[in-house]
Every structure is written in structure tokens, then in C-alpha cells.
Design a protein around this ligand. Sequence first.
Ligand code: FES
Ligand code: FES
Length: 127
Amino acid sequence: MLYSEKVMDHFMNPRNVGKIEDADGVGEVGNAKCGDIMKIYIKVNDGIITDVKFNTFGCGSAIASSSMATEMIKGKPVSEALELTNKAVAEALDGLPAHKLHCSVLAEEAIKAAIEDYEKKKEAKSE
Ligand code: FES
Ligand code: FES
């Protein structure tokens, strides 16, 4: 089969879908080739990601990757979330077809962008 059960599960029942209105950080990334867009919102308290939500306008693998990635960083320190690789996300999904690996890259990039945004906002506040 092309897709693992875990990919199908996270595609059919994605976790953490939505938007955080008062997010501490928002990251949006897109893939120019396929046109898919992913947006991730994080809420941070004392350096811990207490909540995370995503909206993905894209393929099934991108949705499954963002769903899995949000689960992997929820409740984790920001520093740990920064280290999340697309490889780890793909592995947690029991693998993705080779031509779908870029979908998990999108998830890694969206999380990094959200954390960057959070850090920028934090700096602005302390100035
Ligand atoms: Fe079809 Fe991304 S290429 S949804
Ligand atoms: Fe582009 Fe999945 S095909 S993110």
C-alpha cells in the first residue's frame, strides 16, 4: 500500500486543526511547486508549547504530517520543538512515499517559522 495506516488515520482524523486567536507565534509556509500552504499557531508558556493548532491547504500527506507534527511538539519545550525534523515526522507516520517527503518538510518549516515569530514577538515585548 502506498500510505501507512497512520498516515490515513491522521489524514482522516487530523489532530489539532484550527486557529489560535491569541497565538504567541504563527508560521506560514508554502511549497511553490505543489502550491500547498501550511499555517501553524503556537501558544507558549514558560518556554513550553502549551497549545498548537494548524491549518493546511494541501495534500493528504501534508495534512497528516502537520497533524503528527503538532502532536509531537505539544507540551514540549520550544528548544526541543526546534529540533523536530521532517524525518522524525515521516518516521512517526511509519513512512511516506518518496515523492511525498516534501510534505513533511513543510511541517518542519512551519513549526520553525512559528517559533521564529514567537521569538521575534518576545524580543519586541522586552524592548
Ligand atoms: Fe496535490 Fe499538493 S500536489 S495537493
Ligand atoms: Fe506538496 Fe504534499 S504535495 S505538500
